[in-house]
Write a protein that binds this ligand. Structure first.
Ligand code: GLA
Length: 694
């Protein structure tokens, strides 16, 4: 797919869209178009708007990347302070270069030797553009960067857009929100040090889209630190959105000869939210997730946390592993409690050596038992943290972020390690490297259970850089560990789903979605997750958790958990023979459908929150197989007889399936327009339909 350059107009062509911008006579950038393909010759050179004292040109521009300086009064993407206290950038177009599928456009502030590169990458077969920005200091002096977002996007229509994001909390991650932006600004951000449970580092803008139709514009940051997404609509009805590292308490000193790359952003334009999610899903598998496992099916895991909590030992864990193996699990993960003096959450984070009271002979015996059952072994760790009551903290109190004059907040009895220090980075890397080298560990659940506070970092001459440097250090350590231990999978967890964004998923193979495993709540949480994150990374367990007044059957819980990467987390020692048989049957089924769920295309057909019925259909790429999940409880207003209409199948193909003991053979066209009659009754309505092309 080409990049066209017409004088100073740049046209990036994706599978179905054009992204176009231009440079004016003064060297400013102007966005022209993001949407359907037009004839390339039609894109004309930009003409600057008429200006007066009330409406300055720069304020009206639709720049690709804006900077503070001159008559710029809006939210802009860059704010600097030069060595002589000049606080304005004055960047003008300098040059461009193209290599393969990447375009680089360079702007320079000649007086102060600041170089800004806007870098765009396009991908075969995808309607996605990847963008990031780079600053280089070509002067002899330091330049202070006070704000450096990754990119700005200008939306085409003058009518207001609706912005989807999430408004979540622990146990209630990814709850969707939608806000219409008529004027002013809309901000989605985290100031916590990590992405957090509340908002998501992306924007999804539309006017009247639904799952399958109307324009949707979206962009997501590949970054899991404190972030900011700012959308605004001005009096000229222009809607712009910028995304990047949060500028709140941020500063970075760019020394002579140094450079700084912003986190990347991926952006796209699709018809409907369904296409957006499917595009993100496929794109993540091909271009975001770490390569070692991106194209492999993820294993069915059993995690013992909810069964044993901190009470772990060889015997108890081996017993659980035996039962897990007998029902078909493939990986056994021991969670918190195996290290230091960790008998509850009040102590020992940081002491990453085996607790000899619980495991007198180390972990070898347990791992051998687990491996002999045919299961891989995985372990929990929370490497960025330290408990005040730990050997690590007693030896190195200076390792935690702190101010000597402030009382540290010890929420969950823990402090955040200052990962901007090289010695702390080495300690964390060496602790995990030691475990992975000594033991046959194939899975790390990397947790991060508290937000930052009292972020003093004496080692940094510019401590406001810590928010960025900490996240970078996490990524670097994970990458280095993955490089050395290539067969080990990494899961990102942060008090449930507090750090599972596309940035984290560029380094971790999967995510712990939420500590809330109640199947009814999970329908909503998982829907929000699937909007902008790849399905296969969504760890979903069947557990014994059922919310107040929300009893669900084991089959029902499997139905919901099988819609991501299946896991189990209940106390299997309490399961009856019949319950274990239900587990066995569902796990066997999941093994048959796993590749369609993890690598197929998700059609969200009925939404439990709006329709009282959940109907999600996963279709393989060839459209020869599909699996549908239907779940409901106690539907109201006699809405129990409905026609289930399928999406994503091939109109001309004929499909066979059995549903409620009846055999069907119908064309894709019939199934999408007429559908199949279903009687949705009972408190635990749960069906899984497997569909095969003839
Ligand atoms: C966090 C995680 C849980 C579990 C506990 C262990 O809350 O989200 O899944 O690992 O920590 O302490």
């Amino acid at each position: 797919m080409p990049i066209y350059i017409l004088d100073k107009t740049f046209v990036l062509e994706t599978k179905n869209s054009h992204y176009v911008f231009s440079i004016d006579e003064q060297g400013y950038s102007h966005h022209l178009h993001f949407g359907r393909k037009c004839s390339v010759d039609d894109y004309c050179y930009y003409k600057a708007p008429f200006e007066n004292t009330n409406h300055t040109k720069r304020d009206m521009f639709t720049e690709e990347f804006s900077f503070f300086g001159g008559t710029m009064y809006r939210e802009c993407d860059l704010k600097v302070k030069y060595f002589d206290n000049c606080r304005e950038a004055d960047l003008h177009y300098d040059s461009y270069s193209v290599s393969d599928s990447t375009l680089k456009v360079v702007f320079k502030d000649k007086h102060y030797g600041l170089k800004l590169s806007l870098i765009y990458e396009i991908f075969n077969d995808f309607d996605i553009i990847k963008r990031y920005s780079k600053l280089e200091n070509e002067s002899k002096f330091d330049t202070e960067i006070e704000r450096f977002y990754s990119a700005q996007f200008n939306l085409p229509d003058e009518s207001p857009y609706k912005f989807k994001n999430t408004n979540g909390a622990w146990g209630a991650e990814f709850l969707e929100t939608e806000t219409t932006l008529e004027g002013g600004c809309l901000v989605f951000e985290s100031r916590r040090g990590a992405t957090g449970h509340n908002t998501s580092p992306y924007f999804i803008a539309h006017q009247n889209a639904n799952e399958e139709s109307a324009d949707v514009f979206f962009a997501s940051l590949l970054y899991s630190g404190s972030f900011k997404v700012v959308a605004s609509r001005d009096v000229f009805c222009k809607t712009r959105v910028s995304l990047g590292i949060n500028d709140f308490d941020f500063k970075y000193v760019l020394k002579s000869g140094e450079s700084l790359e912003s986190p990347a952003v991926i952006a796209g334009f699709t018809k409907g939210f369904g296409n957006m999610s499917r595009e993100i899903n496929k794109f993540s598998i091909s271009h975001i997730l770490p390569k070692s496992f991106s194209k492999k099916e993820l294993p069915i895991l059993y995690n013992s946390w909810e069964a044993t909590n901190f009470d772990v030992n060889t015997k108890g864990q081996s017993t659980l592993a035996e039962i897990a193996a007998s029902i078909g699990a493939e990986l056994f993960v021991m969670d918190d409690g195996w290290f230091g003096k960790r008998n509850d959450d009040t102590k020992a984070l940081g002491d990453w050596y085996v607790n000899r009271e619980k495991f007198p002979n180390g972990l070898s015996q347990l791992i051998e038992n687990v491996n002999n059952l045919g299961l891989d072994f995985g372990i929990w760790i929370e490497p960025e943290m330290v408990c005040p009551d730990s050997d690590l903290f007693r030896a190195h109190p200076e390792y935690a972020y702190h101010y000597n004059t402030r009382q540290a907040n010890t929420i969950r009895h823990q402090l955040v390690l200052n990962l901007t220090r090289e010695d702390v980075q080495e300690y964390v890397y060496n602790s995990i490297d030691y475990l992975l080298s000594k033991y046959n560990i194939k899975y790390i659940k990397w947790d991060m259970n508290r937000p930052f506070s009292e972020t003093g970092a004496e080692n940094l001459s510019c401590p406001q850089a810590l928010w960025y440097l900490h996240t970078k250090a996490v990524y670097d350590i994970v990458d280095k560990l993955k490089e050395k231990h290539q067969s080990v999978q990494f899961e990102t967890c942060s008090s449930g789903g507090g750090r599972c964004d596309l940035g984290a998923l560029s380094h971790f193979d999967q995510a712990w979605t939420s500590d809330n495993t109640d199947a009814i709540d999970r329908m909503t949480i998982q829907k929000g997750y699937s909007l902008m994150r790849p399905v296969k990374t969504m760890r979903a367990w069947v557990t014994d958790t059922v919310g107040y007044n929300k009893q669900t059957s084991l089959d029902f819980r499997f139905n919901i958990a099988m819609q991501g990467s299946l896991g189990l987390g209940g106390d299997l020692t309490t399961y009856s023979k019949e319950e274990l048989e239900i587990c066995r049957k569902n796990i066997a089924l999941y093994k048959e459908i796993r590749s369609i769920v993890q690598f197929g295309n998700l059609y969200r057909i009925l939404d439990f929150d709006k329709d009282e019925i959940l109907f999600n259909l996963y279709v393989n790429d060839e459209k020869t197989q599909a699996v549908g999940f239907i779940a409901a409880r106690g539907t109201r207003f006699y809405r129990k007889s409905i026609n289930l209409k399928f999406k994503g199948l091939c109109e001309n193909k004929r499909y066979e399936f059995t549903f409620d003991n009846e055999k069907y053979e119908k064309s894709g066209a019939y199934l999408s327009s007429v559908g199949v009659a279903a009687k949705i009754i009972g408190d635990n309505y749960s069906r899984i339909i497997r569909i095969f092309a003839k």
